[in-house]
Design a protein around this ligand. Sequence first.
Ligand code: NAD
Length: 258
Amino acid sequence: MSHDRPVAAVTGAGDGIGWATATALARSGHAVCLIDIDATKAAERAGELGDGHLGLGCDVTNEADVKGVFAKIGALFGRLDVLVNNAGIGSPHLPTTAQTLESFEKVLSIHLGGSFLCAREAHPLLKAGGHGAIVNISSIAGITGLPRRNAYGAAKAGIAMMTKSLACEWAADGIRVNAIAPGFVATALVKKLEADGFVDAPRLRRRIPMGRLADPAEIAEAIQFLASRAASYITGTVLSVDGGWAAFGDAGDASSAD
Ligand code: NAD
């Protein structure tokens, strides 16, 4: 593995926003470590990017898995410049009275615990380079209240706050820590919510000032910006990339989309 190129690790890189981000980072000259609970998909996706990229199977909630992945990145590449904490799942969308503690803890564990573990294990490598960047993935669900999405909203709000506390703690180590708060993005996760009847797509589009869902590549562009030297004085911020969702405070529809 080349040690000349900057190295980026992206969790949940097998699909959706993570895959779009891995693609964008590879295009901008990074060697990309694609980390996913689905090891086969991670390896296939790395193959699609070409030589010099690496697919690694890892459950971000499993401490031994996470330690193993960053040890391997250190051994193979000898450096890490960018970490994107993207792996995640949706929440069950049930009324709170029907939610189980098990599913609540699972959502928190993947989003919040996984981001914590990966940041902690990536820290020595990011610090060694002197200019590391972490981009976490929060959500409009971490900024505004979405009914029935207790665990997901709490996890995403927690990620926003952990972003700020890590940014302050690790600024002295040359590591910038920022987050993106996407609105609704047309990924498999959202398409499944729509297929399962949890999302009314036309109604959703009308709630978005820009009248449409984001393409995963649009989220990847914003992640790439925060990870890049172009954002060299930005740390501790949570950037909304939501077509205006969180800015809208009026009654009724925000757009006339159908
Ligand atoms: P996705 O389902 O398309 O992809 C998620 C990837 O994460 C999958 O490849 C999956 O295998 C992997 N993954 C799941 N659990 C994992 C684990 N424990 N360890 C490692 N990998 C795991 O999802 P997406 O829509 O691209 O979402 C990516 C991130 O963006 C998530 O954190 C999600 O909460 C956030 N987000 C998505 C939207 C949206 O509208 N899609 C909006 C706001 C925030």
